[in-house]
Design a protein around this ligand. Sequence first.
Ligand code: SF4
Length: 216
Amino acid sequence: MPTATELCIYYEALRSYYAGRAPERNENSPPFERVLRVIAGFGKADAVLGNLRGGLPAGEVLTPAALAAMPDVALERALRPAGLAGSKLRKVRGLLNVLAGGASMADVPAFRRELVSMRGFGRESADAVALHALDYPVFAVNARTYRLLKRHGFVGEDAGYAEMQDLFQGVLPEEAGVYKEYYHLIRQLAADFCRAAKPLCAGCPLKGYMEYEPDD
Ligand code: SF4
């Protein structure tokens, strides 16, 4: 079984392989828009935010209060480009409820806890929001991360979220920029090589670190 420190080697290997292909960033948007972008999903956010703006009354801007007034049917329609519109709708409503309850995005740990307690959110989504939208240094684990860790023998089939998160957080510098970059590198790796079915190990930048070929 590889040690967690090898994740630092993977990080450098991926950075080197994908050098010059910067991850998507919308760091200049207001925090509320950045949170919506994370919920919509990378690659779909522009379409979703365009729809949300288009669904508002003329002259109104994208604020929590404006979205809260939008009927579910219109909100779900606006979220469709992101896929899983029903699940995204629950997340957006959860977010709006947290904000309506007085939570501040400036207090990220408290805001993150509030999100986790909301229907539709889990730790994965709340951590993704905290990291990508609010620059809070927490490593956000997702299915692609699990796939990579499992295929390379870092974790077993039944690995839990915290176990996987601790692996990364235990060896990487505690910096949002590093966690974000690694997240995007794994996302790109999963798109190019480490697919859910039939991974393309030949040619993968991490092929040299495989002990055996995965069978799924
Ligand atoms: S070598 Fe294969 S299993 Fe490993 S990351 Fe690449 S595609 Fe995935």
